[in-house]
Write a protein that binds this ligand. Structure first.
Ligand code: NAP
Ligand code: MG
Length: 494
């Protein structure tokens, strides 16, 4: 396919032409050895920009700066002033809304409508939501039954230095979703974006001082996982690691953190199951299920990539989703006609292609689009597969691409059993108009979130996270901010 590139607005072009620095201790600095790495354009494979390569010495500087800020000026900032700084950060992003949206679309390869509606909007939203928690993290006064007279109370205290490591699929939102609760609770942060998508983080780094954060409270270091990420995770000055990414890397981080009992929150992979019952409103279910797996090119931890459909409506659902896949227009992320952009990298494109060819060799059949387009860029069309079995990798493993397997079922119990037959459990869902089916199935599905008659919606006030190998802990909501605190109990003999 031929992709017609669309030029970004001037502010984005200027940013791409500038060599951005790290943010360490309140200063924009190059890495200690001046090293940089290429950031590639997923739509063409060409170089989009470069970013500084932070190595162990830079990571060490950043963690020390965060420690010093935690013990210093930041400790004296009131909760209300922390809230105000977070709110200003949100305002500063909002004032550059289109710059962030276009830069994110270009770097990730996602269509501009999505980076506007989701990535940048939600980044602003989570900063404002978490700003509200800064003034509300109270402890309690606890009745105790010891003999004598006592006052027992508890305080919610920050943990110290938080290391935040994020993936490439929602970079500016993930950045905000990690920073906001950590800062609201009074911690300092060193954040590393994914090596493929450092650009909005570097743009963001330029706003931190203006928002009023003391130097060292927020540090942004770019680089790869093996160098920068590993140095950050193993640094003894880090008190908590908050990680979003693959289950494999999450396990390695948990093992390393255990050695010094650093706190860990993990948001990991998923292979979500979506159940469509025969009584479902198919006009709602079919487009929602398709969007639920194809949005962001399927590069979503909560992509509804395993679809289980009541046998009585199986053909209709497959036909409907297949038709949506067929008419999806692939193109440049900034082209307003594009409904789907490229995948993040050539490696990811090849990985998805390998899953597809293995599935087809095993006997799966394509029921909608699915031919590899060829040409430049990392494009993979949306693909609907039928004839898959539980043993096939295409139905078991997280593909992280626009591929859905559709499997028929005959009754709710077998559907739930198939849905729960996974080592992962991030989200799941069902479409039905029967009230008791909806609630019984929601209770039976093993997942951190269950969507009923919708898919992939999140709210800042609703905890999000996985069961089984999809992670530890919850983000968002009260739980999400309390995860950046430790409870101290104070017992006073009167
Ligand atoms: P990944 O390879 O695990 O990388 C995630 C982050 O970890 C990146 O910043 C990466 O750095 C870094 N990293 C890699 N190795 C590391 C190490 N040894 N020590 C410290 N950091 C290290 O995942 P990905 O391929 O970027 O993202 C896709 C995965 O994320 C999928 O499995 C998806 O399900 C999951 N995900 C989960 C959620 C959720 O909320 N549960 C949300 C989105 C994505 P580099 O990339 O720079 O090397
Ligand atoms: Mg990676």
């Amino acid at each position: 396919m031929t992709v017609i590139a669309v030029a970004p607005i001037a502010s984005v072009a200027t940013f791409l032409g500038t060599e951005s620095d790290l943010l360490i201790g309140g200063e924009r600095v190059p890495s200690h050895d001046g090293g940089r790495f290429d950031v590639l354009d997923p739509a063409s494979g060409a170089r989009l920009a470069t970013a500084p390569m932070a190595r162990a010495a830079d990571v060490d500087r950043a963690v020390r700066a965060a420690r010093a800020a935690f013990a210093g000026e930041w400790a004296g900032v009131t909760p209300a002033d922390r809230a105000a700084a977070l709110w200003r950060l949100a305002d500063l992003i909002e004032a550059r809304f289109e710059t962030f949206a276009q830069l994110e679309a270009l770097n990730v390869g996602k269509v501009l409508a999505l980076s506007r509606a989701v990535d940048v909007t939600k980044a602003i939203g989570v900063l404002r939501y978490m700003a509200g928690w800064a003034t509300k993290l109270d402890g309690g006064q606890h009745p105790v039954s010891l003999p004598g007279q006592w006052l027992a109370y508890s305080r919610r205290e920050p943990l110290g230095v938080v290391a935040a490591i994020i993936p490439w699929n929602y970079p500016i939102y993930m950045l905000a979703a990690k920073l906001a609760p950590a800062l609201a609770a009074g911690n300092t942060v060193v954040l590393k974006p994914a090596e493929q998508t450092p650009l909005t983080a570097l743009l963001f780094a330029g706003l931190v001082e203006e928002a009023g954060f003391p130097p060292g409270v927020v540090n942004i270091i770019t680089g790869d996982g093996a160098t920068t990420g590993a140095a950050l995770v193993s640094h003894p000055g880090v008190d908590k690691i908050t990680f979003t990414g693959s289950t494999q890397v999450g396990k390695a981080i948990a093992r390393q953190a255990a050695a010094r009992m650093a706190r860990v929150s993990l948001e990991l992979g998923g292979k979500p199951a979506n159940l469509i019952f025969a009584d479902a409103d198919l006009d709602l279910a079919i487009p929602a299920a398709a969007a639920g797996v194809f949005a962001n090119n399927g590069q979503v931890c909560m992509a509804g990539s395993r679809l289980y459909v009541d046998r009585r409506v199986f053909d209709e659902v497959v036909g409907g989703i297949g038709a949506i896949a067929e008419r999806t227009r692939l193109g440049h992320p900034l082209d307003p006609r594009s409904e789907m952009g490229p995948l993040i990298s050539a490696g990811q494109r090849d990985r998805v292609a390998a899953f597809l060819s293995e599935g087809l060799a095993d006997g799966a059949r394509i029921a909608g689009q699915g031919r590899a387009p060829g040409g430049a860029g990392n494009f993979v069309p949306p693909t609907v597969l039928v004839g898959t079995t539980p043993a096939m990798r295409v139905q078991r493993e997280e593909i992280f691409g626009p591929v859905v397997t559709v499997v028929p079922f005959t009754d709710a119990d077998t559907a739930v059993a198939m849905a729960n037959d996974s080592r992962l459990g991030l989200v799941a869902g069902c479409f039905t108009t029967n009230l008791s089916t909806a609630h019984r199935v929601s209770a039976a599905l093993r997942a951190g979130t269950v969507f009923v008659n919708c898919w992939g919606r999140t709210d800042m006030n609703l905890p999000f996270g996985g069961v089984k190998q999809s992670g530890w802990g919850r983000e968002l909501g009260r739980e999400g901010v309390e995860a950046f605190t430790e409870t101290k109990s104070v017992l006073v003999s009167l």
